[in-house]
Design a protein around this ligand. Structure first.
Ligand code: ZN
Length: 246
């Protein structure tokens, strides 16, 4: 079985459709796992949500999803993110609100745990340095876990022999992470707003027979998303950053 793993779609339908088309070609749509932040920043929250729900995606919520339904204050958001969150909140229908409210913040599925941020603070914490990774791994009850939130593809390998207690590696396009005895944390990168300097959309495919998780980067129609953002009156800086992948 092959499963598509998506994170931080951020209302970017052009990117999500590109990813799902690629996943279909790879026969990787038997399940879709979503690591949160389906909405926020981008121009098409409802369509992205509908598409993932049509695929019956196994989903945890992210900070932007909870902000969109008023469960999380946007006080700590930067002004552009807060403006986009306010715009997004106006688009959310009652049924979509109920859907977000119904989502568990952490899901265990077979050998994997799914969470948006970290297992210490599921909604908020950015897993990008060893001390956070270790706090997360301490709470990880499955061999492997999947996180989003940083918008950067990353592999963490638990390694008691290393000075930091774990090894952290950026995941390049096409890298197949082999699932073995070591406990791992994998971030598939962001579908809708990559922040690693590579503007291409990012997602991963889990192949349970090959026992691999492979990251894929794909070109998508960035200009189309940017035009829709401008038409919606979303902040200029959020529009520009999609071209730079920052
Ligand atoms: Zn995000």
């Amino acid at each position: 079985m092959r499963i598509a793993i998506v994170a931080d779609v951020h209302s970017n339908l052009e990117a999500l459709e590109t990813v799902l088309r690629h996943a279909a070609e790879q026969k990787a749509l038997e399940q879709v796992w979503c690591l949160g932040d389906t909405v926020g920043y981008g121009p098409e929250p409802n369509a992205c949500l509908a598409l993932l729900r049509r695929h019956d995606a196994l989903t945890v919520p992210g900070n932007h999803d909870l902000a969109a339904i008023g469960q999380l204050s946007t006080e700590d958001f930067n002004p552009d993110a807060a403006a986009a969150a306010a715009w997004t909140a106006l688009q959310i229908a009652p049924d979509e609100r109920q859907y977000f409210e119904s989502l568990p913040h952490v899901i265990q599925q077979g050998e994997f745990t799914l969470v948006h941020g970290s297992l210490r603070w599921p909604i908020w914490e950015y897993l990008y340095k060893p001390e956070v990774a270790l706090a997360h791994l301490e709470r990880q009850e499955t061999p492997y876990s999947l996180v989003g939130h940083t918008h950067v593809p990353l592999l963490v390998v638990e390694d008691g022999g290393s000075p930091d207690g774990c090894l952290m590696n950026y995941l390049e396009d096409g890298t197949a992470v082999k699932l073995g005895d070591q406990r791992l944390v994998i971030n598939p990168g962001s579908v809708g707003q990559p922040r690693d300097g590579d503007p291409r959309t990012s997602y991963a495919v889990y192949d349970d027979e090959a026992r691999t998780v492979t990251v894929h980067r794909l070109e998508y129609d960035i200009a189309a998303t940017q035009q829709k953002m401008a038409a919606a009156g979303l902040p200029a800086w959020l529009i520009r950053r999609l071209s730079r992948g920052r």
